[in-house]
Design a protein. Structure first.
Length: 148
């Protein structure tokens, strides 16, 4: 197995779809909301996808908002781009469940419905410096756990 998506245990029977690219020239795999979530005005919410991603050790999954998310819904990713590391897959903290934090910049609540495409994931290789010496050898937690 080189890279791809799997459904996390808690969502196995929830009708989660494995992401697909829409065209042969699409870079990103469309990610859908794993359940319906209401994002309050000027508030944030973590959107569960019901998915985890596996990849090679020198790769990451970069998650971006779909272009219509802000123009149509006034929502954006809290950190602009989410980085899913290879060792996030099957971590003991949350099984590698991809949760995507959104902020609603508008004045009205936004309902993101289960199955609605709202983000896209792009697998990419990354480079390391000559002096690369990670301070931790294994991930011990889930969402946002490195560097605590």
């Amino acid at each position: 197995m080189t890279r791809g998506f799997q459904i996390v245990s808690d969502f196995k029977e929830q009708g989660i779809r494995i992401p697909q690219r829409k065209t042969g020239f699409s870079a990103g795999y469309d990610l859908e909301a794993g359940e319906t979530v209401i994002i309050p005005p000027k508030g944030t919410a973590k959107i569960p996808t019901g998915l985890k991603a596996y990849m090679m050790p020198d790769e990451a999954l970069l998650v971006y908002a779909r272009s219509s998310l802000f123009s149509a819904r006034q929502c954006m990713l809290v950190n602009s781009v989410a980085v899913i590391d290879a060792d996030y897959h099957d971590n003991p903290g949350n099984e590698g469940h991809i949760l995507i934090s959104l902020i609603n910049m508008g004045d009205e609540p936004v309902t993101l419905r289960k199955g609605e495409r709202f983000a896209q994931g792009v697998f990419t290789k990354y480079l390391k410096t000559d002096e690369d010496m990670p301070s931790e050898s294994l991930r011990v937690g889930g969402y946002g756990s490195t560097g605590r």
